[in-house]
Design a protein around this ligand. Structure first.
Ligand code: 13P
Length: 340
């Protein structure tokens, strides 16, 4: 295990106000998004869509790393050039999603546990040989009546820590993603309470598994009211609550925090990230950046619609969202950017 190079990669992922683009939707999630827009749910359509993303001119100005899924890391452009080469040539670091999704957490109705630890070591070695330098594992925590349970939080945290230790063993930076899901009517304080418990358990398990914190990236949710909560606070309130929570819960040693978007609109995700950097950037021990999927990809998919004549328009939409989020990392995002 070469910790020095792991630390270097982790730093590079959050350097220069760049962020990550998660394009690692599982085949079934990708198909669901395609279905809504009438795009054929075929391997070739997945390939064409991912081709469009990775060949977007100058994407590397704003995006440090791309998170792929197993299908995509093995695919190529029409002319046979492997995607891996295209991404490396664009100066972007390759990441790979390695959890195998989630299943019901038996005995705990309504709760989920991420799976995929079996054979993980071998898979990580293969991905590292192919060119991946970081990985992602998402553990999902659901807020509901009497849930989450402490057992479910701890079980997900333990899997995240085992995965993180195996990643570092294989020379990869683990993106540690414990996601407290936004769905529900719960108020923001409930999200805060659960998120605190989750990160306490995650960092406890990371320590028990001897994970070097300088070589991970944390990918958390922001502290938000449930999507159906009647009180939706201002951008500033969300930004303050999120940063205060992180200051209390995240050790200084980690190089960066890259938020998931979790179902927020594109604009709100950018505005909230921006507010955090405007108000706190120079006082924080870690970089605050993005690792969005939906809040970057949605307008891209809507522009493309599976039609090759729309590729340029879709790439322009991707470039635009990446640029807006880069601006948000600098604390320079402004809503007028959306109309420029
Ligand atoms: P969203 O930004 O759509 O929440 O996705 C982030 C992600 O990578 C989920 O694992």
């Amino acid at each position: 295990m070469d910790l020095k190079s792991i630390f270097k990669t982790a730093k590079a992922l959050v350097a220069d106000n760049k962020g990550l683009l998660a394009m690692d939707e599982s085949i079934s999630s990708c198909n669901k998004r395609f279905e809504l827009l009438g795009i054929p749910e075929t391997i070739e359509a997945h390939r064409a869509y991912r081709d469009l993303i990775i060949t977007t001119p100058y994407l590397g100005r704003f995006i440090s790393g791309l998170i792929l899924c197993d299908e995509t890391i093995r695919q190529s452009k029409r002319d046979g050039t492997p995607f891996i080469k295209v991404i490396e040539d664009a100066g972007i670091i390759i990441g790979i999603k390695v959890d195998a999704g989630e299943v019901d957490y038996k005995g705990y109705p309504g709760e989920k546990i991420a799976i995929g630890l079996d054979g993980l070591s071998e898979r990580l070695t293969e991905y590292a040989t192919m060119g991946a330098r970081f990985a992602k594992w998402r553990g999902e925590i659901i807020i509901g009546k009497d849930i989450p349970s402490k057992d479910c939080i701890d079980a997900n945290a333990k899997s995240l820590a085992k995965y993180a230790a195996l990643c570092q063993e294989a020379g990869l930076v683990p993106i540690v993603e414990p996601e407290v899901i936004m769905d529900g009517k719960h108020p923001r304080c409930r999200c805060l309470e659960v998120s605190k418990e989750v990160l306490l358990s995650v960092f406890n398990q990371l320590q028990l598994h001897h994970v070097a914190l300088e070589g991970i990236i944390l990918k958390p949710n922001m502290i938000l009211p449930g999507l159906s909560c009647s009180i939706q606070e201002s951008v500033e309130e969300v930004s303050d609550a999120t940063v205060n929570f992180l200051l209390q819960s995240v050790p200084k040693a980690i190089p960066g925090i890259a938020f998931l978007s979790g179902g927020q609109s594109c604009l709100l995700a950018s505005e909230r990230l921006n507010a955090m950097n405007v108000r706190f950037k120079n006082k924080l021990p870690w970089a605050l950046t993005f690792s969005f999927s939906r809040a970057i990809q949605q307008p891209v998919l809507e522009s493309w619609k599976g039609n090759k004549n729309n590729v340029e328009k879709a790439q322009a939409a991707l470039f635009h969202r990446a640029k807006c989020n880069y601006a948000a990392c600098r604390g320079e995002y402004d809503i007028t950017l959306e109309y420029s």
